[in-house]
Structures are given as structure tokens and as C-alpha cells.
Write a protein that binds this ligand. Structure first.
Ligand code: 8YV
Length: 318
């Protein structure tokens, strides 16, 4: 197929500009986010679209309704490793190919996990606010928690979880994990249940996929097991945590603090989290470095090219 004859729908403006430029130079592209009336745009153009480009981000994804509005859709190429915001049942029913961007983001996502862990344990953001506000003149900043010698409990030991483990090991932490299937290839301590891991962990680091199977598995009971000296670090998905239970655990001193890159209803972050000094918050930026975003954008584009040229896509999830 001549590539210019292939019609591509670009879901949202938050995709990397370089990816949007590559798509627009190569394919016939439509910008969904610029449509004044999305339903009218889809009614007029939906049947032309063969490839949808979207992101793993909950704000974008691909709902069953969007997939239904694209009756000739053959591939969904997503910029992100997680695909829980894509309706996989709807895609499977129509035999639509789905691609994601695994591996290329592991290092940066794990780096941000460690950054949140260090920040909340050593109270860096809080100390920064303290110093800027001129409070140093009135006295010393309170003590923080050492991370060396503590247990880093990783929930979901995929390639991102293992990248976190390597980093945490370099900080002299002991590595424990909970993963549905055993990983005989790694030297870390496995727990049969999430509760057992939470009981042992000083830092519970979430690197598991989102979706119905993991919805709110970090609940009040798990947080109580993590305990008053324990910290929760979430670089996975907001959906895996019961956010109300987390707020209650922070307010009640059930856990010591949290480092959060993802939230239940992004981009909304409840005031109950924003106002707490023992919570470090970032706006879903774990993969957002120049280098990683470029690598993800290249992989999305290579998948699109391969698909449009009738070749096997590189990183297929469906
Ligand atoms: C986002 C992510 O997709 O890869 C994932 O699953 O959550 C992120 O990398 C990011 O918003 C990409 O734009």
C-alpha cells in the first residue's frame, strides 16, 4: 500500500511532536483533538481510518466507543507500555492489531521510582520547601529515614520491576517481591501473597500492569500491613490503588508516606494528597525524558510503518 493512502487518526495532542510530524509527513493523518465536534468528525471520517495512534495514558487510550466509530480500523499503535486504557476486548473481537512500547522506557521509569523513594524517605521536596521559605534560620530540619538496609518490596517483577530492583540494590536495600509467577532467574526473595510482602516491606514499589485484574489491589488491608514506618511508591497506574484508602492511611498515620506519579482520575490530584508534606507528587512523568520519549516515538512509528507495509509489527500485544 502506498503509505500516503493509508489514513491514520491521531488521538491526542500530547503525543510527541516528532511522532506527529513523522506521521503527517508519511501517512494521511487526521487530528482528532482539533475536531470541534468529535462525534460529527467521526461520523464523517471514521470509516476511512485504518490506523489509530494513541497513548497508554488514561486520558487517551482507545475506548470501545471510539473503536466502534472506526469500522475499518486495523491497527492501534500506542505510545506507552501499559495498554489498560485500550479496550482489548473490542480490539480482539475485530482482530485489530495492537502495539505498545515496552523495554525502551524501563530505565527512566525505574529512575523515577527511585527518585520518589529517595525523595519521600529523605524528605527532599519538604526540605526544599523549608529552605526556600527561610525556616532554616529558625532551626534545623527534622530527621528523615535511611534507605540502606531497608526492604524494597516490589509488586510486579517485570522488566520495570527488575530495573527498580537493580537500582535499589545499589542503595544497599534488600529486595523482596510479589509476582503472580515465580521468577527463578532472579536472586530476590519472593512472597506468596501481597499481604506478606507488604508486612515485610519498608517501601512498597508498584510496577505492575493496570486493568481489571489489578484494580485497587492496594487496599486498606495492604496499607495497614505496610505499617506506620512504611512508604508506598506508585509508578504503575492509579487504578491499582484504592485512593480513598490511601488518603485515610496517610491521614491516620497508618503508613509513613507516599511517592506518587499516577492517580485514579488523572490529571486530578485530590487536595487531601496535595496538601500533605509526607506525599511526593509528580504528574505522570516517569517515561518523560527527551531520550525515552524519542525512543518510544520511534518505536510507535516503526510499528506503524511495518503494519502499513504488510510486515510483522515489532512490539505486538494483540
Ligand atoms: C504514558 C505510561 O503512556 O508507558 C506507559 O504505560 O504510562 C507512560 O509512558 C505516557 O503518557 C506516554 O505519553
Amino acid at each position: 500500500m502506498a503509505l500516503k493512502q493509508c489514513n491514520v487518526l491521531i488521538r491526542g495532542k500530547f503525543l510527541p511532536p516528532q511522532l506527529i510530524a513523522n506521521i503527517e509527513n508519511t501517512f494521511t493523518a487526521f487530528r482528532l483533538w482539533e475536531a470541534e465536534d468529535e462525534a460529527a468528525f467521526l461520523a464523517e471520517n471514521g470509516a476511512k481510518i485504518e490506523i489509530l495512534v494513541t497513548s497508554g495514558n488514561a486520558v487517551m487510550g482507545a475506548s470501545a466507543a471510539l473503536i466502534a466509530a472506526l469500522p475499518n480500523l486495523k491497527a492501534i499503535c500506542s505510545n506507552g507500555v501499559g495498554y489498560d486504557s485500550i479496550d482489548m476486548e473490542a480490539a480482539r473481537a475485530r482482530q485489530i492489531v495492537v502495539t505498545n512500547t515496552p523495554e525502551v522506557l524501563n530505565a527512566c521509569v525505574a529512575d523515577l521510582g527511585m527518585a520518589l523513594l529517595l525523595d519521600v524517605a529523605r524528605r527532599l521536596s519538604e526540605a526544599d520547601r523549608f529552605t526556600r521559605a527561610g525556616h532554616w534560620q529558625q532551626g534545623r530540619f527534622p530527621l528523615s529515614s535511611k534507605i540502606g538496609g531497608k526492604v524494597c518490596g516490589i509488586v510486579g517483577l517485570g522488566s520495570i520491576g527488575q530495573a527498580v530492583a537493580r537500582r535499589a540494590q545499589a542503595f544497599d536495600m534488600a529486595i523482596h517481591y510479589y509476582n503472580p509467577r515465580s521468577r527463578p532467574d532472579v536472586p530476590y526473595i519472593r512472597h506468596d501473597t501481597l499481604l506478606s510482602l507488604a508486612q515485610q516491606a519498608d517501601f512498597l514499589v508498584l510496577t505492575l500492569p493496570g486493568g481489571p485484574a489489578t484494580r485497587q489491589i492496594i487496599n486498606a488491608e495492604v496499607l495497614a500491613a505496610l505499617g506506620p514506618q512504611g512508604y508506598l511508591i506508585n509508578i504503575a497506574r492509579g487504578s491499582v490503588v484504592d485512593q480513598q484508602a490511601l488518603i485515610a492511611a496517610l491521614e491516620g498515620g497508618i503508613i509513613a508516606g507516599a511517592g506518587l506519579d499516577v492517580f485514579e482520575h488523572e490529571p486530578q490530584v485530590p487536595a487531601a494528597l496535595r496538601q500533605r508534606d509526607n506525599v511526593v507528587i509528580t504528574p505522570h512523568i516517569a517515561s518523560s525524558t527527551h531520550e525515552t520519549m524519542a525512543a518510544m516515538a520511534d518505536l510507535v512509528f516503526e510499528n506503524m510503518l511495518a503494519f502499513a507495509q504488510g510486515n510483522a509489527v515489532l512490539t505486538r500485544v494483540l
